[in-house]
Design a binder for this molecule. Structure first.
Ligand SMILES: C[S@@+](CC[C@H](N)C(=O)[O-])C[C@H]1O[C@@H](n2cnc3c(N)ncnc32)[C@H](O)[C@@H]1O
Length: 258
């Protein structure tokens, strides 16, 4: 929720939601933090301009994921936006700089196998577009970028992004891994100590600047076109007909009356 605490300059009320209270001691006056479960019915009364969701892979079952997106759809004001930001659940290297037996190669397969057993799979990156589309959003703006882990890239911007990502992994790895492996590790659940030893290897490899590792980050924004849908709904109820809509980006076509 760190980005939330940097929201001081936004001319808006910014609401952050998590299952757990975040470890922050100060917040800008325009920010509100709430402990809540977004898979439950949303009870906020005011419509939102933007719903931003980041790094929520393996947080939801496939059905919960769909429901969360529907709730976004219903909770945005006409013309509002949803933004999803997710990472690929794999590490990649284009120059083969990691050794054949580098422990990082087995890391994501292990995570995916454990996450699959929980019923909350690690596959949100691939599902984002489909989820948002089936919730009723239109007009996709999709951006995919490489995000290095560690400051190994020559490009200055990527180098800085890589340093931040390394920090993200150093701080976040235990949170990502401990629950999954102690409950659903392969072939049987791991002990706390086994996970700590494994994490020490993983951190060491991630910090090794000779390993040119990255993952991809997907930023997906959808313009919410409810205003149009509301007009169609209103027309339907006035005429007593059902209107079938077919959307051809970026144009909108009324396909026919059925
Ligand atoms: C990987 S963290 C990402 C946190 C934050 N979005 C960020 O990008 O820094 C995933 C967060 O989702 C929260 N979470 C998981 N399921 C949730 C739910 N059903 N409702 C609200 N928060 C949830 C977890 O508590 C955790 O803090």
């Amino acid at each position: 929720m760190r980005w939330l605490s940097q929201a001081t300059d936004l001319p808006a009320t910014v609401r952050g939601v998590d299952l757990f209270p975040p470890p922050v001691s100060w917040l800008p006056p325009n920010c509100i933090l709430e402990v809540d479960d977004v898979t439950k019915e949303w009870t906020w009364q005011q419509p939102f301009d933007l719903v931003h969701m980041r790094l929520l892979d393996a947080a939801f079952t496939p059905e919960e994921n769909e429901e969360v997106l529907y709730q976004c759809y219903r909770s945005l004001r006409p013309g509002g936006w949803v933004e999803l930001l997710e990472l690929t659940a794999d590490f990649q290297s284009e120059d083969n700089s990691w050794s054949q037996d580098c422990p990082l190669k087995g890391f994501m397969p292990l995570m995916k196998s454990a996450a699959a057993k929980t019923g909350r799979p690690l596959h949100l990156y691939q599902r984002c577009a489909e989820l948002v589309k089936s919730a009723g959003f239109l007009d996709i703006h999709e951006e995919v970028k490489k995000w290095p882990i560690g400051p190994w890239a020559r490009d200055e911007q990527l180098k800085e992004a890589g340093s931040l990502n390394l920090e993200h992994w150093m701080v976040g790895a235990e949170g990502y891994v401990m629950y999954l492996l102690t409950k659903f590790g392969d072939p049987t659940p791991w002990s706390h100590d086994e996970v700590q030893v494994y994490l020490a290897h993983i951190r060491k490899e991630l910090k090794d600047h000779n390993n040119h590792i990255y993952h991809r980050v997907l930023s997906l924004m959808k313009l919410f076109f409810r205003r149009l849908k509301e007009r169609i709904d209103c027309l339907q109820s006035r005429l007593g007909w059902k209107i079938k809509l077919e959307i051809l980006r970026p144009r909108v076509l009324i396909h026919g009356i059925i």
